[in-house]
Each structure stands twice: as C-alpha cells, then as structure tokens.
Design a protein around this ligand. Structure first.
Ligand code: MG
Length: 373
C-alpha cells in the first residue's frame, strides 16, 4: 500500500509522568545522580482513530532537555509541524524536526516513538517489523550499579533479587575509589558474572590510561566512555590497552558513528533511542557501526515503560547487536512505575519483544486519561 494513501495526523498531545528510582538502583554517575525521573509522554492520533505513544526520556545533564522543554517543543513546534500531515513516511518528519528545532534529540525521539507506534497499530505489525526486523525476539540485559561500600552492596542485592546477573559499574571520579568499587562488585557478583565499567567521560586521558588496567584486574568485559565525549583520540588511545571500548556520550548520530570508526576510537558504540532523535536513525547508526566493523549495545537513560518498549523494538530491528547485554531494564529501575497496564517481560536476564502491534504495550488507564481527548 503506498504511504500516500495512509492516515493523516490529527492531534499531538503531551502529559508528564514521574517515577522514583529504587534506592539501591539510583545511578550515581560521574556528573549527576539519577534517582528520579519526570518524563514527557507524547500521544499522536490519526484520522483513522489510531493512537501512538512515545516517551521523552530526557535528563538535563545528558542533552539539556527535560520535561518542561520537551512539553514546550512538542506542543508549540513539533506537534504543529505534524498535524494535517500524512503519518508515513515517518523519516520525513525527522528531517522536518531538524529543520525547525536544533538538538533536542530525546524530545524528537519521543515524538518519533509515538509516530512509529501509531504506524504499527495502523498496519497491525510491530515497530521492529516496520524498521526491517525483527532479527530476534529476546535481548540479553544488564543493569547499572554505583556508589561505594554499603551503597554498592544494597544495589547489588536489589538487582540480584530482581534477577539481574550482568552489571555495569559506574566509575570516572576518584580512581582509587573506582578500583575498589570494581573489586567489591566482582566479589559480590562472583567470577562468572559479566561486569563492565562506565566512566561517563569523567577521567582525563592520563588517569584513564592508568586506571583501566587496574580495573581490568577485576575482570571487566568493557570500558565505556573513559574520557570526554569530544576526545575521540583519547578514546582511541585507551582502546589500545586492549579492553573492549564502548563509545557512549561521543555518539549521537550516524555521522558520529562514522567519525569514531575513521579514528578507530571504539570497538562498540552505545546506541540510544533518545540520542538518535528517531527510531529509524538508531537502527541506521547500528547498521553503519556494523558495516564499519564495530559492535552495538543499546544504551539506557532510565526509560519507563514506553521508552523501554521503544528500546526493545529497536534492539530487535537491528541485524546485529553485541553479545554484551543491553540496558533495557524499564520498570525495574523504579519503585513505582505508572505508565503501562502490564509491564514489559524483562526478567533480569532478558527482555522479550511483546506480540502486539506497534510498541506492543498499553498505557495504564490512570496515565491514558491525562491526555485531553
Ligand atoms: Mg554510558
């Protein structure tokens, strides 16, 4: 069916949802602590009465966006740019978003998610299928641990009780404390558990070159973003130590993937729905990374149900993803996560693709009624 005969967008609306992280799981990163989220949800409606939902999983420290800026830009700029337009082709909307709004990747990605959800529901297929997949229906997952001593212990026990067996430990501040944290995490998790370290760009190159070999004594599967996002040569130098290097904050777009590959700056790139600004661009970044000889992990930013469903659909739409587990944890991060009727099937080891059309998830009634119509 030609896209031009498809539905037209009649409304774009927003509401906000908040959730508090489980105390043990709050993420004490190099720059900020993520212990609660207020995210904007987006609803797109078509003239056929189909609706689609998206989540703007934005935090100020990542991209200068939050629920206030997202709500403003969706209501006053991106929404008006969509109303009256055909739903498909969806990539045309991403191009238009870039014309009218610089940056604001996570905001654009939330709207993109709602558009893909609506198209999947219109056609009765999953978003993963619309994006060229699914290549798999299950994705291995890991969770972040942070903090020192008892904080780390409580985090590990919380995560273990939820079923998680693969972990990413936050480092990037004081090297001695970082080394001690990894050693304790290895002690807690045992010799067989997968452990990685994420510095969130917090070290200087000199500190990274000194510290990564010390962390490696605890057996790390990867080192993520050891140096500043702009320091691609630094990433390349740390990579030469021989520990698989993941670029995260350095990679938002397919163009960034190309730059990293040309310099040989990473083994793996962390692809987010949010950083990519559009689901199809996340899949494109992954495809390009593979083509240029790099592996792909799907990264996380405290996504709630809708955001995690988008991560999962993208993970299943990518032809190849890393054997290193991915950051799709959804509701497990939160004490009380209000967005979905039924949470995603994530058991700590794997996230499983839902069967339903679109994102395959249903918004909880108490959230659904906050939209105006
Ligand atoms: Mg990271």
């Amino acid at each position: 069916m030609p896209d031009v005969l498809g539905p037209t967008i009649t409304a774009v609306e927003t509401t906000t949802v908040s959730g508090r992280a489980k105390p043990g799981l709050k993420v004490r990163g190099q720059r900020v602590t993520h212990d609660a989220s207020t995210f904007t949800l987006v609803r797109v409606v078509t003239d056929e009465g189909v609706e689609g939902f998206g989540e703007v999983s934005a935090t100020a420290a990542w991209s200068g966006e939050d629920a206030v800026t997202a709500t403003h830009f969706v209501r006053d700029l991106l929404g008006p740019a969509l109303v009256g337009k055909p739903l498909a082709p969806i990539d045309a909307h991403a191009t238009e978003f870039d014309r009218v709004l610089r940056g604001n990747w996570f905001t654009k990605a939330g709207v993109s998610t709602a558009l893909w959800d609506a198209l999947g529901r219109t056609r009765g297929v999953t978003v993963a299928e619309l994006l060229g997949g699914p290549y798999r229906r299950e994705v291995p997952v890991k969770i972040s641990l942070s903090g020192d001593d008892d904080e780390l212990r409580v985090g590990y026990e919380t995560a273990f009780a939820l079923g998680f067996r693969s972990f990413k430990v936050k480092v990037g501040r004081d090297p001695d404390a970082d080394v001690a944290r990894l050693a304790l995490a290895r002690d807690l998790a045992g010799d067989d558990a997968l452990l990685g370290a994420d510095a969130n760009g917090g070290w200087t190159l000199a500190v990274a070159l000194e510290t990564v070999p010390r962390l490696a004594e605890s057996g790390i599967a990867f080192i993520e973003q050891p140096v500043h996002p702009d320091d691609l040569e630094g990433l390349r130098d740390v990579r030469s130590l021989g520990i698989p290097l993941i670029a995260d904050e350095s990679v938002y777009s397919p163009a960034d993937v190309g730059r990293i590959a040309r310099l040989g700056a990473a083994d793996i790139v962390s692809v987010y729905v949010g950083k990519s600004s559009a689901l199809e661009r996340a899949v494109e970044s992954a495809r390009l990374a593979n083509e240029l000889g790099m592996d792909v992990v799907i990264g996380a930013n405290g996504e709630m149900g809708i955001g995690a469903a988008a991560q999962l659909q993208v993970a299943c739409a990518c032809e190849r993803i890393s054997e290193i587990p991915h950051g799709i944890i959804g509701h497990h991060f939160y004490e009380d996560e209000p967005t979905l009727k039924t949470p995603l099937d994530i058991d700590g080891l794997r996230a499983r693709l839902p069967d339903g059309p679109g994102l395959g998830v249903e918004l909880a009634d108490e959230v659904r009624i906050r939209f105006s119509s």
